[in-house]
Design a protein around this ligand. Structure first.
Ligand code: F6P
Length: 419
């Protein structure tokens, strides 16, 4: 039986731990025994709070340097023992930032090949959000939010001074962890697991994505498009019903558009899931109808017949004057989905979107023909549940009952708006 070490590489906030878990879970689902060995866990066990201070990561601090080498050695020994006892793929989750550290790993682990997997994330929005989340970790419990952030930023800046990209190592893969793309690689042909790991890395991983449309608005009743209308009382009842229906469903992230109807639909959900993170992404704003924004479909038919004719001829590609087409929308929706999935990691998330947005989101999973995408039925009293990993595909449409209206007594937590 051939075995493999996978050593993660990357600065904090680059998605290494999520990727390490996916590699482990993907391999396990194929019957390959895989386990994660995390340097941070060993560090916290051995040193506790002392190792949270940024100076611990200063390359000029000999105590910190030696302690981190010791932690690394301990973790390598644990991984080696486990492979000796019958494990097949040991995943070393740590920054492994410098070439020297990686040489040390290659020289120490001579019994089986070492594949380095570097995670890259150059999206400033995601980096910022990831770093903010780190400040919520238990090891920063004694810090104020600002101090925790400053401390973590300092830690990153120390890592940056010693960081080298992969290139000289024997086997490696560099991955854009926000887009499931291999950017460059030096394959490890000698390992029977290389192809399986590569497949896991490039696959879309969606664990419990819920997709809802905002509740009814006055514009919906009138047949008016775009704009920023609030929910009607029926729409608010739908939002309440959605929250009631999802009360016992775990949700860690709630993504909305920047529009009022999306916020108002999410508000009761946030009451029932008070620990969920909330984020408004412009990528999920409804298709921009340009000169036709706020107009009735009937008005457009009368005053701008060329728009109706253009849409009837090819609704997917037709671009509203000074506005968007579904084809254009797809790009930003794809970016929004990538961002949402990266931030949620493998935690359950819901996107409270709009008619066209949800059509495009669904089409990214359903492989619809493009000409059918603008006609996908997106009801306001049902939501979709999607799971997609290399070993499991699930797609269900779930109706939720509408109940009696209850006033929205808690305002939506102010979502940060990102562009
Ligand atoms: O009618 C509601 C709405 O969300 C509009 O704001 C938007 O322009 C429209 O749906 C998108 O659907 P269609 O492309 O079918 O007009």
């Amino acid at each position: 039986m051939r075995k493999l070490y996978v050593a993660m590489v990357g600065l904090p906030g680059r998605g290494k731990s999520t990727m390490a878990r996916r590699i482990r879970d993907g391999l396990l689902s194929e019957g390959i025994s895989a386990r994660i060995f995390n340097n941070g866990d060993v560090r916290r066990q051995l040193l506790g709070a002392e190792s949270t201070e940024p100076d611990f990561y200063n390359p000029d601090n000999s105590f910190g340097r030696e302690a981190r080498e010791l932690i690394c050695r301990r973790n390598l020994e644990n991984a080696q023992d486990w492979l000796r006892e019958g494990g097949e793929v040991a995943i070393l989750d740590a920054t492994n930032a410098s070439r020297t550290r990686r040489k040390f790993i290659e020289n120490t682990l001579r019994d089986h090949p070492v594949l380095f997997v570097e995670c890259v994330n150059e999206d400033p929005l995601l980096l910022n959000a990831c770093i903010r989340r780190k400040a919520d970790l238990p090891e920063y419990a004694q810090y104020s939010k600002e101090d925790a952030l400053a401390s973590f930023m300092k830690r990153i800046s120390y890592y940056e001074t010693i960081y080298d990209h992969l290139g000289e190592e024997k086997y490696w893969m560099c991955v854009d962890s926000t887009a499931n793309r291999v950017l460059d690689e030096k394959p490890c042909e000698s390992s029977p697991y290389y192809a399986a790991i590569r497949e896991i890395v490039v696959s879309m991983w969606v664990k419990n994505l819920y997709l809802a449309r905002h509740g009814q608005t006055e514009f919906n009743i009138q047949g008016r498009i775009g704009g920023d209308p609030p929910l009607t009382s029926k729409g608010r009842a739908q939002a309440q019903a959605l929250a009631r229906h999802m009360q016992s469903v775990p949700i860690d992230w709630v993504f909305t558009s920047t529009r009022m109807r999306s916020h108002e639909t999410a508000a009761p959900l946030l009451e029932s899931h008070p620990h969920a993170h909330v984020m408004a992404l412009r990528e999920f704003d409804e298709i921009w109808a340009g000169d036709c924004e706020n107009m009735l479909y009937s008005e457009i038919r009368e005053k701008m017949p060329e728009v109706t004719a253009g849409r009837n001829a090819n609704k997917y590609s037709y671009m509203y004057p000074n506005g968007e087409s579904y084809a254009i929308l797809q790009e930003r929706v794809r970016r929004g989905l990538r961002r949402a999935l990266f931030l949620a990691g493998d935690s359950p998330l819901i996107i409270v979107g709009h008619q066209a947005i949800n059509r495009v989101l669904l089409s990214l999973f359903l492989r619809q023909r493009t000409e059918d995408v603008p006609y996908i039925h997106i009801p306001q009293n049902q939501y979709f549940h999607i799971e997609m990993t290399p070993s499991r595909k699930l797609f269900e449409r779930i109706p939720y009952e509408s109940g009696p209206t209850r006033p929205l007594d808690t305002a939506l937590k102010d979502p940060q708006i990102y562009s």
